[in-house]
Ligand binder design. Structure first.
Ligand code: DLL
Length: 443
């Protein structure tokens, strides 16, 4: 891609990155690209053309960035309905990669990349790693799954492009991961936050003191996690935990990442245009208001997405970040609109339970929420692992801890949940995205 600013393989030069473009220049670039992507989908993809025609608009109607609101939304169901290749805007001969995301039901959704798309993806991952302070000379263990999941290859290309050394270990075989970390002098790790917790656990079992290793940065994402979880991770290791966000439909990892100030995730908005919309009205929200994140790919060739509804809940921050990046930030994504559990009329998100549990001392950061129905009434049971000391202690202290947790949940979410304290390693560990909720209500 001619506008690629980074010199793959030769390291990273932050000052030349689009992260720091003066805002008027950035907006002008976005508008140019929005016009061009709108033209591309109108000409190449029947679904987009028909939807625009139904609204009586053509690409010529896009005269300002605000005009994006004229364009129709795209949903996950659109990808399912056009499975596998119906939204492609490039001929198959130009497509160099396919990825797929396993849906919970039925067919997966398929995403495609041209050579230029892979270059853009690499460039946003280079910018992501650079934002975490990584550079040539770092040894990056990539424990995101390789394969159809975008995490593995996305991080891999970015780490190589940065000029760092990649250890492409993928997920699983945790003991070997720890051995490699130790023997290779790994300085950074990429994985889901829940998998990193598992690695921390295993280090203890193997009597490896993670603080003795040169590991200093964790690039954690692909699932919601809380500030409380970050505190736990950082308290147990010397790792500075960075939140990275992305989704297959848009590109994979590298849509947004934290900088060292950890006050929101900078969106690479020269490629991915963010909007927040009100879930009730579907209208754009003013900056700062919470709503659903909607993303438009400004440069994707193979499979552009127009106003894709992520279902991820966030808000856009426009206050200046001390790091100097001019690209806007989204607040960390702690929940999805479709993650919401309605329990006895109360709305509840798994991340609220996580926050409530982890503020209480004695808990381990491993939990699971089990929903069931008794005589027509929804019941919530929260399983949480507690430190071995509590189990070896008197029964009284276990009971006191249970009460504390129950109160903490009630104070945070407003419902009374059954808390079951379980021994360490009782809850199944995941190598990728953790399964936090087991819903047995319709069993
Ligand atoms: O999870 C891409 C990715 C890989 C991101 C590695 C970061 C690191 P999908 O499998 O398509 O893609 O899942 C996308 O995961 O809509 C969010 O709901 C959730 N998600 C991803 N990153 C975060 C994060 C990859 N940092 C879906 N915080 C998204 C919260 C996240 N949720």
């Amino acid at each position: 891609m001619s506008e690629l600013w980074c010199d793959a393989g030769k390291g990273y030069h932050p000052a030349s990155a689009p992260d720091y473009l003066p805002v008027p220049q950035l907006r002008a670039l976005q508008l140019r690209r929005l016009k061009s992507v709108t033209r591309r989908v109108y000409d190449q993809v029947a679904l987009f053309r028909e939807r625009m025609q139904a609204r009586n608009i053509t690409p010529d109607n896009i005269k300002s960035l605000e005009d994006i609101a004229l364009l129709p939304f795209t949903q996950k169901t659109d990808l399912r309905d056009t499975y596998p290749f119906g939204l492609f805007a490039s001929p198959m001969s130009d497509i160099v990669r396919l990825h797929a995301s396993s849906g919970t039901t039925g067919k997966p959704i398929v995403v495609a990349y041209t050579k230029e798309d892979v270059e853009v993806w690499t460039s946003v991952m280079i910018r992501s790693f650079a934002s975490c302070g990584l550079h040539q000379g770092d040894i990056i263990q990539n424990s995101y799954g390789y394969g159809l999941f975008t995490g593995g290859l996305g991080a891999h290309y970015g780490a190589e492009g940065l000029g760092a050394t990649v250890v492409p270990v993928s997920g699983g075989n945790t003991q070997r991961q720890i051995m490699l970390m130790k023997d290779f002098g790994v300085t950074a790790i990429c994985c889901t936050p829940s998998y990193f917790l598992h690695i921390l656990d295993q280090c203890k079992e193997l009597k490896v003191n993670i603080r003795d290793l040169p590991l200093k940065v964790g690039v954690f994402g692909a699932e919601p996690w809380t500030e409380e979880m970050r505190k736990r991770i950082q308290a147990e290791s010397n790792v500075e935990a960075y939140d990275i966000f992305g989704l297959s439909e848009i590109i994979g990892p590298g849509v947004a990442i934290e900088c060292p100030h950890h006050n929101g995730l900078h969106v690479f908005e020269d490629h991915f245009y963010p909007e927040i919309i009100d879930i009730e009205t579907n209208q754009p929200c003013p900056d700062g208001q919470e709503g659903e994140l909607v993303l438009t790919t400004l440069t994707k060739k193979a499979m552009p997405m127009i106003r894709y509804r992520t279902h991820d809940i966030s808000r856009l921050r426009t206050d200046v970040c001390p790091c100097g990046r001019t690209i806007r930030r989204i607040e960390r994504i702690a929940r999805r609109s479709d993650d919401m559990l309605i329990i006895r009329g109360v709305n509840l998100f798994p991340s609220q339970i996580e926050a409530a549990l982890l503020t209480v001392e004695g808990t381990l950061p491993h939990y699971q929420i089990v929903l069931s129905r008794d005589k027509g009434l929804d019941q919530v049971e929260v399983l949480v692992e507690v430190t071995p000391e509590f189990f070896s202690d008197r029964v009284g202290s276990l009971e006191a801890l249970r009460h504390k947790l129950s109160h903490s949940i009630e104070n945070t979410v407003g419902i009374r949940a059954q808390v079951r304290l379980v021994e360490p390693h009782t809850i199944q560990r995941s190598e990728g995205k953790a399964k936090r909720v087991i819903d047995r209500r319709n069993a």
